[in-house]
Design a protein around this ligand. Structure first.
Ligand SMILES: [Zn+2]
Length: 122
């Protein structure tokens, strides 16, 4: 689960929702494998269904978040991206962005700097 690349929050949640769909389908598939044990199949089907329903809810939630996100033009790649909260990363080039001038050069930049050093190490 250690994903060191910084993703924009919306992309992150989207990846989570997508993996939930696959997990749900996987669980339902296991349900089909045990279909001769009716109650077990039913349990797998219900859990699988719930995972898929939950991912739909998450997708819906992303839609809600997107309307709240602030659209800005990324200074690095000059594409339009959306920001969630005070700090977020560009959806296209993963450039960390901040809306809050006070946060510039603080915590978030620190992460960014260490990440940049890792990139140089590769
Ligand atoms: Zn960008």
């Amino acid at each position: 689960m250690a994903d060191l690349t910084y993703k924009s929050k919306i992309n992150h949640i989207r990846t989570f929702a997508l993996s939930l769909i696959f997990i749900g389908m996987g669980i339902m598939y296991v349900g089909l494998l045990v279909k001769n044990v009716e109650w077990l199949m039913l349990i797998f089907m219900i859990i699988g269904m719930l995972a898929i329903v939950f991912s739909t809810v998450v997708y819906f939630w992303i839609g809600m978040l997107s309307t709240k996100a602030v659209p800005i033009i990324c200074p690095t790649c000059e594409k339009q991206t959306k920001m969630l909260g005070r700090v977020d990363a560009c959806m296209h080039c993963k450039q960390p962005l901040t809306l809050d001038k006070d946060l510039e050069g603080k915590e978030f930049d620190e992460k960014y700097n260490s990440k940049k050093q890792n990139d140089h190490g590769k």
